[in-house]
Design a binder for this molecule. Structure first.
Ligand SMILES: C[S@@+](CC[C@H](N)C(=O)[O-])C[C@H]1O[C@@H](n2cnc3c(N)ncnc32)[C@H](O)[C@@H]1O
Length: 194
């Protein structure tokens, strides 16, 4: 079984082997972000890779946006592609070691990239990183893949079980505006803390 450590991911960026990268913000996240009015929200994009969501947020006036990825190559590429983005809001390190709090976290092919054994820990960490009333918003696969991951798929029932003890509002809906390769295969998720 492949060890999904920082070196593994860094090599994938170095070799341009990044088929998950949509090369732009995806439609469901763009639609969600476009209806946000509070530009002061402190927002984290974890496992961000080329971080198109963070760039989109920043370009649209959300200045308190943070990027986390442990693949150095991804963070360096992001700096080159987005020279105006504040460097002190780029966390090149392990998501599970972040010690900040946020109003909103954006999920886009990070959860599915980790070993499923880490899912309970992911739910706990997200809950720890969010302020009261904070939200985790994004996309999770609604499919069980036949090939070994990453990506690793799952079901709504499985996901609900991870999150229900930390979040008072849990919405998973079939995504109606996914990008073409993911159409019919993902859930749009909104989780909110008490
Ligand atoms: C499949 S990629 C998705 C990247 C990006 N979200 C996208 O949609 O293009 C998964 C990313 O999660 C990062 N990652 C995995 N585990 C991580 C961890 N524990 N801490 C920080 N980043 C991590 C990898 O380096 C990789 O960039």
């Amino acid at each position: 079984m492949t060890t999904l450590n920082a070196e593994y991911w860094n090599n994938r960026y170095q070799n341009n082997n990044t088929p998950w990268d949509a090369n732009r913000i995806t439609t469901p996240l763009k639609t969600y972000i476009d209806q946000l009015t509070d530009k002061t929200l402190k927002i984290l994009v974890p496992g961000a890779g080329n971080a198109h969501e963070a760039a989109y947020l920043y370009d649209n006036g959300f200045n308190n946006v943070w990027v986390c990825d442990w693949a150095e190559q991804a963070i360096e590429q992001f700096k080159v592609n987005h020279p105006d983005f504040p460097k002190d809001q780029l966390i090149c390190g392990d998501f599970f070691e972040i010690q900040e709090t946020f109003d909103l976290m954006i999920e886009q092919t990070f959860f599915c990239a980790m070993s499923p054994s880490l899912r309970p820990q992911y739910a706990q960490k997200v809950a720890q990183l969010l302020k009261p009333k904070g939200k985790l918003v994004g996309l999770l696969f609604d499919v069980i893949f036949s090939k070994e991951g990453p990506p690793f798929g799952g079901t709504k029932a499985e996901y609900e079980a991870y999150f229900e003890s930390y979040f008072s509002t849990i919405v998973f809906e079939e995504s109606y505006n996914s990008i073409a390769p993911r159409a019919g295969k993902e859930l749009f998720m909104i989780l909110q803390k008490e």
